[in-house]
Design a binder for this molecule. Structure first.
Ligand code: ARG
Length: 599
C-alpha cells in the first residue's frame, strides 16, 4: 500500500513553497490572513485554459498591498525545478495558468495502478464514529424515508471505513412503546395468530410472509381495540407488563420483533445492503437506562418539571404563540418518549462505545428534535460540543411535487418500489442484451434497477428533496447509474477482445487531449474520497464518477484502443481503460452499486 499524492496536491505544495520563498513574510502576522484561512493558499483549481489555475496571488497581493501580476511573476521565478510543471504563465489580473507534463500524469497513474487502493491514503487521524441509520419500525412496513436513511447511511459508512475510520453501526429501530400492548394482548388471546409453515424460498419471500402475518395481526387486533372497551383496557395493562419486564409479555414482544427483523432482512437483501443483526440496537435496548437519565437531568437542573412532565427548555425554541416548546424527556404519566431513548443512546455511544463522532442519518423533518437532544446532552456533559451531527435528508417526492404517495394517498411500500425499479431495468437490459440468458437478465436487472434507485438518491445533495421518477432513473442517457454501469461494461468488453495485448504504461508517449483529461481526472480519485468523507457527502463521489464516465466516453470515441497506430499506444490506452474500470468499480462499490462485467 502506497499513498500517491495527486498532481494537484504536489502542485499545491510547490506553489506554497514558491510563495514562501518569494515573500518570506507572506505567512506572518503583518500579512494577517483572515482568521482560519491558510496564510499562503495558492487556491489551485482545475481549469479549462490550462490544466490548473492558481488564483491565490490576488488575495495575497491585496493583503500585502502589492501588484498581483508582479507578485505572480515573482512566484513563478521562485518555483523550484521540478518534473511536473511543463508550462506556467501569468494571466489576467494575476492568475497562474499551469500545464503539467504528460509524463508526470502517466507516472502518477502508474503509481496508482500499482496500488490495490489506487493510491488512496488512510486518513491521518482516524477516530471512532457511531452512525445511526436505517431505523425502521417494528410491525410496520418500510417506506421511502427508510430507503433514504438506509442508502445514504450505507454509503457514508463505507466511505468512512475506506478512509480507515472505525465505524460502529447502530440501527435504532422503533421497537418499544405503547402500541405493542394491543398486539401482544391479542397474541395472548389468540396464541396461533403468528403460526406458520416455513416454506419460503429466499429472504425476500420469507420477509414478505413475515410482514403479511404482522399486518394480519394488526388488522385483527385494531378493530377489537377500537370497539371493545375491555380489550382496550387489557391492552393498556399489557403495556405496563411489558415495561416492567413481565416474562410472558416479553416473549411475545420478542416474537413480534423477530418477525419484523425477518421482514427487514428481506428488504435489505432486495436493496443489496448488508445489515447485521448485532448492529440492530433498537429503542428498547436503552430501557434500563431511562430512569438514570431522568435522575441525572433533574438533579443537575438541565431538565425541570413542568405540569408534571420533565422538560428541557431552549431560549430560541418557541411555538407559534410565543410560548417555549420544551423537549419532553418524561411524560406526566411517567412514560418515556423518543427523546429519552435518544439521550440514553448518546450516553452509551460516547461513554461506552467511546465514539468521537455521532452521526444520525434521519429525515430533515426531525431536525428540531435532534437539535434539542444534542443541546440537552451537551448541557448534561454527556456530549462534547460539535461531536454529534444529523445528516438530515430531504423528502422523496412524487411527480406531482408532493411527498411520495400512492394514488389512493397511502404510503408506498418500499418493496413495491424496488420491484418496479427491477421491472423497468429488465426492459432496458433486455433491449441491449444480445447474448444474455433469462437468468442473467434477471440478475443484471436487479443490479441495474437497485443501482438506479440508489444512485438517484445519492447523486443529489442529501438535504434536497427529489422526485422519484423511475423513467429518468433507469435511463441510459444523463446522470444515472445505468450510464456508469454501461461505461464499465463497455470498458470490460475491450479486455475480452484484447487477445495478448496487456495494459502497460509508456511515459514517453505524448497524450491526446482526451487522454490527458481522463488521466487528470483519474488522478483526483483519492482527493475526491477525502472530500466526500470530510463533509459526509456521497454526492461528491457520485459527481466524480459521472465525470469519469463522461471523460471515458470522450476518450473512447476519439482514441482507438485495440486499433491504435502502434502497439505502445494500444498498451498505454489499455492501461487507461484498466485504471478507469478499477476506479469506477471501487467508487461505485462505495456507493453500494454493482458493476456487472457485461450488460
Ligand atoms: N424509527 C424512526 C423513524 O422511522 C427513526 C429513528 C431515527 N433515529 C434516532 N436515533 N432517533 O422515523
Amino acid at each position: 500500500m502506497a499513498s500517491v499524492p495527486s498532481l494537484a496536491a504536489t502542485l499545491d505544495k510547490r506553489l506554497t513553497e514558491a510563495i514562501t520563498a518569494a515573500l518570506p513574510d507572506a505567512g506572518s502576522a503583518q500579512a494577517a490572513p483572515a482568521p482560519g484561512a491558510d496564510a499562503v493558499d495558492p487556491m489551485l483549481r482545475r481549469s479549462d485554459r490550462a490544466d490548473f489555475q492558481a488564483n491565490g496571488m490576488l488575495a495575497l497581493a491585496k493583503r500585502l498591498k502589492a501588484n498581483p501580476r508582479e507578485l505572480a511573476g515573482e512566484v513563478v521565478e521562485s518555483l523550484p525545478p521540478n518534473e511536473e510543471i511543463e508550462g506556467v504563465e501569468v494571466s489576467g489580473p494575476g492568475f497562474l495558468n499551469i500545464t503539467v507534463s504528460d509524463a508526470a500524469i502517466l507516472r502518477n497513474l502508474a503509481a496508482r495502478s500499482d496500488d490495490d487502493r489506487l493510491g488512496v491514503p488512510y486518513a491521518d487521524r482516524p477516530g471512532t464514529t457511531v452512525i445511526d441509520y436505517s431505523q425502521p419500525n417494528v410491525a410496520k412496513e418500510m417506506h421511502v424515508g427508510h430507503l433514504r436513511s438506509t442508502v445514504i447511511g450505507d454509503a457514508v459508512t463505507q466511505i468512512l471505513e475506506h478512509q480507515g475510520e472505525k465505524v460502529i453501526r447502530r440501527h435504532h429501530i422503533g421497537d418499544w412503546g405503547t402500541n405493542f400492548g394491543m398486539l401482544i394482548q391479542y397474541l395472548i388471546e389468540h396464541p396461533h395468530e403468528l403460526d406458520h409453515e416455513s416454506d419460503a424460498a429466499n429472504a425476500h419471500d420469507e420477509g414478505e410472509a413475515a410482514m403479511a402475518r404482522l399486518n394480519r395481526l394488526y388488522k385483527d387486533s385494531r378493530p377489537l381495540f377500537d370497539s371493545d372497551e375491555e380489550f382496550k383496557s387489557r391492552a393498556r395493562d399489557r403495556v405496563v407488563a411489558l415495561q416492567s419486564g413481565d416474562e410472558e409479555t416479553l416473549t411475545l414482544w420478542r416474537k413480534i420483533v423477530d418477525e419484523s427483523k425477518t421482514y427487514f432482512q428481506g428488504v435489505y437483501e432486495d436493496l443489496d445492503v448488508e445489515i447485521h443483526d448485532e448492529d440492530i440496537v433498537g429503542e428498547s435496548a436503552y430501557n434500563d437506562d431511562l430512569q438514570q437519565v431522568v435522575k441525572d437531568l433533574e438533579s443537575s437542573g438541565v431538565a425541570v418539571r413542568s405540569e408534571g412532565a420533565l422538560c428541557v427548555f431552549f431560549d430560541d425554541v418557541k411555538g407559534p404563540d410565543g410560548t417555549p416548546t420544551p423537549l419532553i424527556v418524561q411524560k406526566s404519566n411517567g412514560g418515556f418518549g423518543y427523546a429519552a431513548t435518544d439521550l440514553a443512546a448518546i450516553r452509551d455511544r460516547v461513554g461506552t462505545l467511546k465514539a468521537d463522532t455521532l452521526l444520525y442519518v434521519v429525515d430533515a423533518r426531525q431536525a428540531l428534535h435532534f437539535r434539542m437532544v444534542f443541546e440537552t446532552a451537551q448541557r448534561a456533559g454527556w456530549l462534547p460540543e460539535g461531536a454529534a451531527r444529523q445528516l438530515a435528508f430531504g423528502t422523496v417526492l412524487g411527480k406531482d411535487g408532493k411527498p411520495f404517495k400512492t394514488r389512493e394517498g397511502e404510503t408506498v411500500r418500499l418493496v413495491d418500489l424496488l420491484d418496479e425499479a427491477k421491472e423497468r431495468a429488465a426492459v432496458v437490459v433486455r433491449e441491449k442484451a444480445q447474448d444474455l440468458t433469462d437468468e442473467e437478465i434477471n440478475t443484471r436487472a436487479a443490479q441495474v434497477g437497485i443501482g438506479a434507485v440508489k444512485y438517484a438518491d445519492l447523486s443529489n445533495s442529501m438535504t434536497r428533496d427529489y422526485v422519484f421518477d423511475l423513467d429518468r432513473m433507469v435511463s441510459l442517457q444523463g446522470d444515472t447509474s445505468v450510464y456508469l454501469q454501461y461505461a464499465y461494461a463497455r470498458n470490460r468488453s475491450i479486455f475480452r477482445k484484447a487477445g495478448d495485448l496487456k495494459p502497460a504504461v509508456h511515459p514517453t508517449l505524448s497524450l491526446a487531449p482526451q487522454e490527458r483529461a481522463l488521466g487528470l481526472h483519474l488522478d483526483e480519485f483519492a482527493d475526491t474520497l477525502a472530500a466526500a468523507a470530510e463533509t459526509y457527502e456521497p454526492h461528491k463521489l457520485a459527481a466524480y464518477l459521472y465525470g469519469l464516465a463522461t471523460l471515458y466516453a470522450g476518450f473512447f470515441e476519439n482514441c482507438p484502443v485495440l486499433k491504435a497506430e502502434t502497439r505502445e499506444l494500444a498498451e498505454n490506452r489499455l492501461f487507461l481503460c484498466d485504471l478507469t474500470a478499477r476506479t469506477l468499480r471501487q467508487g461505485m462499490s462505495l456507493l453500494g452499486i454493482r458493476t456487472p462485467e457485461r450488460l
